[in-house]
Design a protein around this ligand. Structure first.
Ligand code: 8YV
Length: 318
């Protein structure tokens, strides 16, 4: 059996593929594979391990209907036309659960980095602008005891909320499609309407999937309903906030700061105005990028691939 991998996965995954007698062809170039190249590369393959935001759309699936499995290197599957895959009987696997802690760490890191202008201050040293000890410029704001709003209280949102209640005694409110009883019981999270979430959050952290309902959810009108000293964090998908509106909201001090691990588009242009703002921290989509999490993701991927190639139900199917 043969699989194509459109990027790199943790070594343990490659080893386990080999142990299962699955031969591998990998995309090795330092750029995202194009849709045409992906279709081409999947000819003659039995499965695809999709790393990064490959478009697994109806055109791809139709051109690659011979695939027995598509295993995503992600929990998110907004890049997949699930209905088209179902119609063609191509099972799609993802990697839920194992990346919740690492992604929540990234949200937490961004929250602190923004609140203390850490990235901006770091850049000042690099630029040779640290000349003197001055007590008043570049002041941050404190997080202790403030209100954390979670938009999308799933596994990752709950991990972030737990960190914030544990470390900073934050009060947690959340908005979700449905109530999350575990969050309410374990940390006393309070379910609120979207409008209340905007009005009450000191830090608003996005942990929802990108869907037609959440696409461009955070527009200027929405940012205007947030507190002027609030911080917006997005580690989910860049398409959930409107980037032009976010820039405007920050420039006009409608909100205080923003921390992003996801942008739209990705990669972000190096001249993007967000990168030179004091109260902004941007990371290049490293949410789940730890040794431990990548290894766990690779192992789930192999389980999905092995099952798919045998024609069995995937252990983690979207
Ligand atoms: C992935 C992610 O590592 O799981 C997701 O949905 O966004 C990341 O953790 C990324 O999509 C690369 O495959």
């Amino acid at each position: 059996m043969k699989v194509f991998i459109s990027g790199n996965i943790a070594p343990v995954g490659l080893k386990e593929l080999e142990e299962n007698n699955i031969s591998v062809t990998q995309w090795k170039e330092n750029r995202q594979i194009t849709p045409e190249e992906l279709i081409e590369a999947c000819q003659g393959q039995d499965g695809l391990i999709s790393v990064g935001p490959n478009k697994i759309d109806a055109a791809f699936l139709k051109a690659c209907s011979h695939l027995k499995v598509v295993a995503l290197h992600s929990v998110g599957y907004d890049n997949v036309d699930v209905a088209a895959a179902k119609a063609l009987n191509i099972p799609i696997g993802n990697t839920p659960g194992v990346l919740s802690a690492a992604t929540a760490d990234t949200a937490f890191l961004l929250m602190l980095a923004v609140s203390r202008k850490a990235f901006y201050s770091h850049k000042k040293i690099i630029k040779g602008e640290w000349k003197n000890y001055e007590p008043t410029p570049d002041l941050g704001i404190e997080i202790q005891g403030k209100t954390l709003g979670i938009f999308g209280m799933g596994k990752i949102g709950l991990e972030m909320a737990k960190k914030c209640t544990g470390a900073y005694g934050m009060q947690v409110i959340y908005h979700n499609r449905s109530r999350n009883e575990a969050a309410e019981k374990e940390i006393g999270a309070r379910y609120v309407s979207f409008e209340e979430l905007l009005a009450l959050s000191d830090v608003l952290s996005v942990h929802t999937a990108l869907t037609p309902d959440t696409k461009d959810k955070f527009t200027l009108d929405v940012f205007t309903q947030m507190k002027p000293n609030s911080i917006f964090i997005n580690t989910a998908r860049g398409g959930i906030h409107n980037e032009k509106d976010l820039i405007k909201a920050l420039e006009e001090k409608i909100i205080w700061g923003a921390g992003l691990d996801v942008t739209n588009p990705e990669p972000m242009d190096k001249d993007n105005p967000l990168l030179s703002m004091e109260n902004v921290a941007v990371l290049p989509h490293i949410g789940s990028a730890t040794e431990e999490t990548r290894a766990a993701m690779a192992q789930i991927i192999v389980k999905n691939v092995v099952a798919g190639l045998k024609g069995e139900k995937l252990p983690f199917e979207v």
